[in-house]
Design a protein around this ligand. Structure first.
Ligand code: SF4
Length: 230
C-alpha cells in the first residue's frame, strides 16, 4: 500500500459519483460496447476485446467492423476463414497474427462447447479458467468480458486503471494485475465495478494521462494524493 490514499478522503462510492457526474462515457468509444450494441453476442464481445489489446479503441473498432463485414464474428465464420484473410481483416488493430491466432483458438473452444451460449451458462470462474488457457488471452480480456456479460465480481485493469490506482495510493508502484484488480474491486464495490472500469478509462484519457496529467482541471484534484506531484 502506498503512503497517502484517496480512500482516506473519499469512499469509493463518493469517488464514483464524482467521476460519473463529471465525465462523459459514450458506448461508441469502447470497442466491447460497440460489439455488445451491434451484436448482443458474448463471442462477439470477447472477439472485440481481443482486438483491443495493445491498441486504441479507435483502431480496434475499425478492425471489429471490418471483421464483421468481411468474415463475420461467429465461431463458425472465424474457424472457416483462412488465416490470411483473418489477418488482413484485423490488421488495423495491430499484432494481427497474434490476434488471429487468439480468435481462432477462442472460436475453437466455444465451438467445442456447443456455441456462444456456453459463455453465458457455464459457471463464470470455469469460463475464466478455460479462457485464460488460450494463447493471447490474458486476465484483462477475460475480466472485461466477465464484468460486462456475466456481471461477475471482478475489476478489469487496463493501463489507465493501473496508473490511476497507483496515483490514488490504493496500491504501491510495483503492484501487479491481481493486486490492483482486488484493490479497485474493494474500493468501488462489485456492483459498481463494470461502470467504474469505464469511468477510469475516461478519466485516464481526459485528465489522468500517462504524461502531463491535467491535475489542475481534474475533478479529483482536491482529494487525490498525487495531485500536487505533477
Ligand atoms: S489529480 Fe492528477 S493524478 Fe490525481 S487523478 Fe486527477 S489527473 Fe490523476
Amino acid at each position: 500500500m502506498a503512503g497517502a490514499s484517496i480512500a482516506e478522503r473519499l469512499s469509493g462510492e463518493e469517488v464514483f459519483r464524482v467521476l460519473k457526474s463529471s465525465l462523459r462515457v459514450d458506448w461508441r468509444d469502447y470497442v466491447a460496447l460497440v460489439a455488445y450494441e451491434l451484436d448482443r453476442d458474448p463471442f462477439a464481445v470477447l472477439a472485440a476485446i481481443i482486438l483491443s489489446q495493445n491498441t486504441s479503441d479507435k483502431n480496434s473498432i475499425k478492425a471489429y467492423l471490418r471483421l464483421r463485414e468481411e468474415i463475420g464474428v461467429t465461431p463458425e465464420a472465424i474457424l472457416d476463414a483462412s488465416e490470411d484473410s483473418l489477418i488482413e481483416a484485423i490488421r488495423v488493430a495491430g499484432l494481427p497474427r497474434q490476434k488471429a491466432r487468439a480468435l481462432k483458438a477462442l472460436a475453437g473452444l466455444v465451438a467445442e462447447h456447443g456455441g456462444s451460449e456456453w459463455l453465458l451458462k457455464e459457471n463464470p470462474w470455469r469460463v475464466r479458467e478455460e479462457l485464460l488457457r488460450l494463447p493471447g488471452v490474458g486476465p484483462k480480456t477475460v475480466d472485461v468480458f466477465l464484468s460486462i456479460y456475466r456481471r461477475a465480481p471482478v475489476f478489469a485493469v487496463d493501463t489507465h486503471a493501473a496508473r490511476i490506482a497507483k496515483r490514488w495510493g490504493l496500491v504501491g508502484e510495483k503492484a501487479g494485475y491481481r493486486e490492483i484488480s482486488r484493490a479497485l474491486l474493494e474500493f468501488f464495490g462489485a456492483e459498481r465495478a463494470e461502470e467504474a472500469h469505464r469511468l477510469l478509462i475516461a478519466l485516464g484519457r481526459t485528465y489522468c494521462r500517462a504524461r502531463n496529467p491535467r491535475c489542475g482541471e481534474c475533478p479529483l484534484r482536491e482529494v487525490c494524493p498525487s495531485a500536487r506531484l505533477h
